[in-house]
Design a protein around this ligand. Structure first.
Ligand SMILES: [Zn+2]
Length: 821
């Protein structure tokens, strides 16, 4: 009771200021109110204990979500600027939702056991900017409803409301100060079985409806997305508020590696009436000022609480700037953002790296926006700095160096890296390839090496030693750690060679140069004209073994990572991903092309086959502790949603493994063995996509259409000239088919008639796939019998064969992701 009363007391003076503010925003001629006070007041909002309703049967429907308050007590939040933005309910309620999309229903079933959300609940916290308050009030006009003063009820909600409000204040504020609001409806629901979970219908999201809950498992935070989908009334195009035209990013790196930045964002208003410009910037960079072009300081919010869902998925890197007046559609303007902080880390032994990959400068988040970048840097002289764009004007100024990098074509993202690098040019002029690596190894790898000292008589081959190491050789008993920079020439040659290979498939390299730089850790990243490669790639095989890297990790560093990142120069940096559902195309394509390259270098090693088999095994086996296989966790189109507590390896196994298989299957289907150029359709597909989506986003639907433009007659299994069957099964659906074959043979003139059936299991009855059958001649040479397009659990076939098959082999050349054992 005391708590509720004091909360109300705090609120009164703010309310007055806010009402004035609200009127000001409606009457645009008036002075700007104070968005910070509005934000604080939204955090302080509490249920009104003076008006508590004992209710029966209140119903709310938002898209496919039905909320039923059967019996209990309800109180509205106190109004703010005349708007009621929340309510709380305790009693007996029921929530029901069934998505139309089959994949989303399956996803709910994965988490809840049934393909729909149908839960009783005892408490619910509602926030909204839509007509919910009026809708509920209308249903309260019944003789069964009584209204009383019940401060104890409001007090029972105090702790929960104080905790939850900040997650919603900014979102509610978006609409309160926009002249063109987009409705928001949130229900935080709690019952004994599931705990608290989120039900969100928000017109500002790309996928308006979200059902899910945050989870902590083994001290790791996850957000379990039960379902996320577009509402029935959603506009066809994604909702965009502001689009970037260009960025000028000025960065000073101090001796202690701290960073000071000043970015000018040149933006265009897409949606009229908005007051808040949502940007992304690392939470490690504190914003000091946001100004308009004319120098007017703007109110901004950095690292304020956003929805739990967004934070768990993307981190709390939000920066919101409040414009002085509602934006006009098509209007262009500039914002200047000043910030400072630490995003560059030392991984030990003077190996530096930029930790905040995409968020070291403020930018418009969401989707892929291609824009022009003008980057200028000032940094300590001891470092070499590499960045995206064409380099010009590097000069020394006392203890510092200064330089400028400009994009000549639009980039989706800009990046830089720095270190005490050795540089090695890999020759060639278009593109110019330059390799950068440190002489030292970072602490993490040194520690691994110290755990496993080399055998007595093993010394590091001279190729990997620095001059200092060579000079010391023999004077100290233990071999020194290898020098990553020693392998630059060899690696540079491979990178340049892979570029030529990829150009044959993708068309010309899209940038005038490629800088390849070492980064501590075990990952790689491909930026426009700049690639980061893990230190592991720079280690000789013997050292990788000594450091305890698995054979798989060594192979990955050798066969895949460098070329995967080079392939991203096209797949990711020419054609980007509009949303999380499309990111698999870039990953699958980069990985598949890297394997094609590895295979082309050493066909006898069968790298492609080995990796496809490895990926298949990872998809169909259950990881230790996982409740299901990676494949069953969800389809490719779920992207990062596959990162859930129930199958921790699913994201990687599906995005990379299944993604690679899907591109491989497309490639295999497009092959025409008898034609003059059997591979022409696949090449044409890649080039067409990269031309039509040059420096723009490529959606899964665009990708499917492009494949339909190249498809062969055999691929048209439904006779509709559509690849829906393939995308439904492999991209939007789960399941890996299992095949066995039964057959008989009898003489047929000079030849043999082979009849039988393929048995299909592990997938839906409607699953279809073109399965090639082979037999083998004496000596093991494969002889193709033909292709059976499966059409259910049993598909009959008959072929005429020149030889009498002793056995029939199902897809021995791995053209379809399936199991046959
Ligand atoms: Zn990748």
């Amino acid at each position: 009771m005391v708590a509720a009363a004091s909360a109300l007391a705090i609120q009164v003076p703010r309310m007055l200021a806010l009402e004035a503010f609200q009127n000001a925003s409606i009457n645009q001629a008036s002075e700007l109110g104070d968005p910070r006070a509005l934000y604080q007041a939204l955090n302080q909002l509490r249920p009104d204990g003076e008006h508590v309703y004992s209710i029966r049967e209140v119903n709310l429907r938002r898209d496919v979500v039905n909320v039923r308050l059967i019996e209990g007590k309800l109180a509205f939040f106190q109004p703010i600027g005349g708007h009621v933005t929340g309510a709380v309910f305790t009693g007996h309620g029921h929530i029901f939702a069934t998505p139309h999309d089959r994949g989303e229903r399956q996803s709910i079933a994965q988490f809840l056991g049934v393909p729909m959300l149908a839960q009783d609940f005892t408490r619910a916290y509602f926030r909204f900017t839509d007509g919910s308050a009026a809708e509920i009030k209308e249903q309260l006009a019944s003789p069964e409803v009584s209204e009383t003063s019940d401060p104890a009820f409001a007090a029972s909600w105090e702790a929960v409301v104080a905790n939850l409000n900040p997650w919603h204040s900014l979102r509610v504020m978006f609409d309160l100060i926009s002249v063109n609001p987009l409705p928001y409806f949130y229900a935080g629901v709690e019952n004994e079985r599931l705990g608290a979970f989120d039900v969100l219908v928000d017109a500002r999201r790309d996928e308006q409806v979200l059902l899910g809950q945050p989870r902590i498992e083994n001290d790791q935070r996850f957000y379990d997305t039960w379902a996320s989908f577009k509402s029935a009334e959603a506009p066809k195009k994604r909702i965009e508020m502001f689009a970037p035209i260009d960025y000028a990013v000025s960065t000073t790196i101090q001796n202690d590696l701290s960073l000071e930045g000043n970015t000018t964002l040149h933006l265009k208003t897409v949606r009229a009436g908005e007051r808040i410009v949502p940007l992304e910037l690392s939470r490690n960079l504190a914003v000091e000022e946001v100004k308009t072009e004319a120098g007017t300081p703007l109110v901004f919010f950095q690292n304020a609480d956003m929805s739990r869902h967004d934070i768990l998925q993307r981190g709390n890197d939000a920066l919101l700037a409040v414009l002085p007046a509602p934006a006009k559609a098509g209007e262009e303007f500039r914002l200047q953002v000043k910030y400072r902080g630490n995003v560059i880390s030392n991984a030990g032994n003077d190996v530096e790296f930029v930790g905040e990959h995409g968020t070291w400068y403020p930018h418009v988040g969401g989707g892929d926006h291609f824009a022009l970048f003008d980057l200028s840097f000032r940094w300590p002289k001891r470092f070499t700095l590499v960045a995206t764009g064409a380099r010009s004007e590097i000069r020394e100024e006392g203890d510092a160096k200064a330089g400028r990098w400009k994009s000549e074509v639009p980039f989706a993202v800009a990046g830089f890296n720095l270190g005490e690098y050795k540089m090695e040019s890999a020759g060639g002029s278009h593109p110019r390839v330059e390799m950068y690596a440190n002489h030292q190894l970072e602490d993490a790898i040194l520690a691994l090496l110290q755990k496993n000292p080399p055998a007595e008589n093993s010394t590091l081959s001279e190729m990997y030693q620095t001059p200092r190491q060579r000079a010391l050789a023999g004077t100290i008993p233990e071999a020194l750690p290898p020098d990553p920079a020693a392998v630059l020439k060899r690696l540079g040659g491979q990178v340049a060679d892979s570029i030529r290979f990829f150009e044959g498939l993708n068309g010309p390299f899209p940038f005038d140069h490629l800088d390849v730089s070492q980064i501590p850790g075990n990952f790689g990243q491909g930026w426009p004209g700049l690639v980061y490669l893990s230190t592991v790639v720079f280690l000789p095989q013997a050292t990788q073994e000594r450091a305890g890297f698995s054979e798989r990790a060594q192979e990955e560093a050798r066969d895949l990572m460098p070329f995967h990142e080079v392939a991203h120069q096209w797949w990711g940096n020419v054609a980007g991903s509009p949303e999380y559902r499309d990111a698999w195309i870039q990953e699958g394509m980069a990985n598949y092309l890297a394997l094609l390259y590895a295979d082309s270098k050493k066909p006898a090693d069968q790298r492609m086959k080995t990796w496809l088999e490895h990926y298949r095994a990872a998809l169909v086996t259950r990881a230790p502790g996982a409740s299901e296989t990676a494949d069953a966790a969800g389809p490719l189109s779920f992207g990062w949603r596959l990162l859930s507590a129930k199958a921790p390896n699913a994201y990687e196994a599906v995005t990379y493994g299944k993604g690679t298989w899907v591109i491989h299957m497309i490639h295999e289907m497009l092959q025409e063995p008898g034609a003059r150029e059997p591979d022409a359709r696949f090449r044409e597909l890649l080039k067409t996509i990269l031309t039509e989506h040059r420096f723009s986003a490529l959606s899964t639907a665009d990708f499917q259409r492009a494949i339909e433009g190249q498809m062969t007659r055999t691929m048209d299994v439904e006779g509709t000239h559509s690849m829906d069957w393939f995308f439904d099964e492999w991209v939007r659906g789960t399941g890996i088919p299992h095949y066995t074959v039964e057959f008989q043979t009898k003489p047929h003139g000079q030849e043999f008639l082979v009849t039988g059936q393929i048995l299909q299991s592990g997938v839906d009855d409607v699953f279809t796939a073109p399965i090639p059958l082979y037999t083998s001649r004496a000596g093991g040479k494969l002889e193709r019998l033909g292709v059976v397009v499966t059409s259910g659990p049993e598909t009959h076939f008959h072929f005429v064969s020149r030889i009498r098959p002793a056995h029939v082999l199902i897809d021995p050349r791995l053209t379809v992701l399936c199991r046959t054992d």
